[in-house]
Design a binder for this molecule. Structure first.
Ligand SMILES: NC(=O)c1ccc[n+]([C@@H]2O[C@H](COP(=O)([O-])OP(=O)(O)OC[C@H]3O[C@@H](n4cnc5c(N)ncnc54)[C@H](O)[C@@H]3O)[C@@H](O)[C@H]2O)c1
Ligand SMILES: N[C@@H](CCO)C(=O)O
Ligand code: NA
Length: 428
């Protein structure tokens, strides 16, 4: 006896929605064979009906709210975007109707995930959000299922394809930031508002989701500190190369004795580091678990086809009746934890100072570092330009963050220092 099809309504037909419609069409036979039932589109909504997508015979809606409310579907796929607004409305409507939801919307999950999981639990639906973190990389499934036997102690990753594309292309081509960002937008990697990418907000959304899954805690976006890549200059990228590092925007979360540490920041990573060679729009995530040790997952973090691959993986779980609580455990079992004590983090650092080229400057810099017990490792200063500022670049040994920040204040207060750039050096 053949099973009934999984009825899918899709809201949003842009980069990811278009890719998803195409995948459901191109792989229809393979999906039906694996799921034991067809996956059928019963509705599609967007501001305008795109041409060139295989949507013949699929009812089209310009109002996604109407589709969410009236259409007869098993699962609503939300690919509109935005933390609230229409995306949240259609998702709430579907869940309230006892239907399931699949979404790529990390902003919405990071802001409203716990509340939505509660509705899903109460009404008998589920929420799939594999596409929301790491694009096509199965990191949600990995944390929620594959690593379920472990206490996870650390999750660290390159989680934003746009930033990684910008940093990689700037390094390889010497092109400037704005030019490369425009290219990432054209390729469909960037968010509708690309400041979400470059200011680290998108990475923070994704890290908040990973923290919840890894440490069984309710989503806490406010608990993620966030620094983007706007201030990373071509000069720093060149010095990183010379010193044997790559600059990467990282999301890093760890379980510490005092609570959860969750941070987004650009860091220099040594070439031997598992994330150093991850380039272009690729993402990668390193996890550490108490029994499994380290695992590393790498793949395409953005773009139509990889992201559609993750959306449809969630649809396959639904078609097969494989369901699991949204964050791995029922909402009532999620336990909030305090944020780790600030300033206690230890790491090495890269410092670039723009200084006036005059006698005594270096002694002042050395004294500022000495006074805060910060120990220098390498120093690069070359060129001579008595009328201008010149770069002095240093790396310092592992030091407590609070000492490093006090030393930075001392350095900034020196009359000879015109500018200062501080970048963490990350190691595992
Ligand atoms: N682009 C990527 O590589 C990527 C990867 C992972 C996750 N995501 C996420 O996927 C989601 C979609 O991103 P995208 O890049 O496909 O966006 P997009 O801008 O390419 O597409 C958005 C779609 O939503 C539709 N839409 C917008 N407002 C609407 C409204 N009021 N009513 C009905 N439809 C409306 C648009 O017509 C369009 O079809 C976002 O949450 C994004 O963060 C994107
Ligand atoms: N704007 C996001 C899309 C994938 O989530 C990125 O560049 O990674
Ligand atoms: Na994913």
């Amino acid at each position: 006896m053949s099973k009934s099809s999984l009825k899918i309504a899709i809201a949003g037909l842009g980069t990811v929605g278009g890719g998803t419609v195409q995948l459901l069409h191109d792989q229809a036979q393979l999906l039906a064979a694996r799921a034991g039932r067809p996956l059928t589109l019963v509705g599609a909504a967007a501001l305008e009906k795109p041409t060139g997508l295989p949507l013949d015979g699929v009812p089209f809606f310009t109002d996604a709210r109407v589709m969410a409310r009236d259409c007869d579907y098993d699962v609503l796929v939300e690919l509109i975007g935005g933390a609230g607004g229409i995306a949240l409305d259609v998702v709430r409507t579907a869940l309230e109707r006892g239907r399931s939801v699949v979404t790529a919307n990390k902003a919405m999950i990071a802001h409203h995930g716990t509340e939505l999981a509660q509705i899903a639990e109460a009404k008998g639906g589920t929420i799939g959000f594999e596409a929301s973190v790491g694009g096509g990389i199965p990191i949600i499934k990995s944390l929620r299922e594959g690593l379920a036997a472990n206490r996870v102690t650390k999750v660290m990753g390159i989680l934003n394809g746009t930033c990684n594309y910008i940093l990689t292309t700037m390094r390889e081509s010497g092109r400037d930031f704005a030019d490369v960002l425009a290219e990432a937008q054209k390729l469909g990697y960037a968010e509708a508002d690309p400041t979400f990418d470059i200011d680290g907000i998108d990475t923070a959304h994704k890290l908040a989701i990973l923290v919840s899954l890894a440490f069984s805690a309710p989503i806490d976006l406010d608990g993620v500190s966030c620094e983007g890549i706007r201030h990373v200059s071509a000069l720093d990228i060149r010095y990183a190369d010379e010193l044997g590092y790559r600059i990467k925007l990282l999301g890093v979360a760890a379980q510490t004795d005092t609570g959860i540490e969750a941070r987004v920041y650009p860091a220099m990573v040594p070439l031997s580091f598992p994330l150093a060679h991850v380039s272009g729009p690729f993402n990668a995530i390193v996890t550490e678990g108490d029994f499994v040790g380290r695992t590393v997952l790498e793949g395409r973090g953005a773009g139509a086809r990889p992201t559609a691959s993750a959306v449809v993986a969630d649809l396959m779980d639904l078609a097969l009746g494989r369901t699991i609580p949204t964050f791995g455990v029922p909402v009532a079992a999620l336990k909030a934890q305090p944020a780790a004590a600030s300033g206690a983090h230890r790491s090495a650092y890269y410092i670039r100072l723009m200084v006036k080229d005059q006698p005594g400057v270096f002694a002042d810099i050395a004294a500022a570092l000495r006074d805060e017990q910060v120990s220098m490792e390498q120093v690069i200063q070359r060129g001579r330009a008595p009328e201008e500022t010149v770069p002095v670049v240093m790396t310092v040994h592992e030091t407590v963050e609070s000492s490093m920040l006090r030393a930075v204040e001392r350095l900034k207060a020196l009359g000879s220092v015109a500018d200062l750039q501080l970048i963490r050096i990350e190691n595992l």
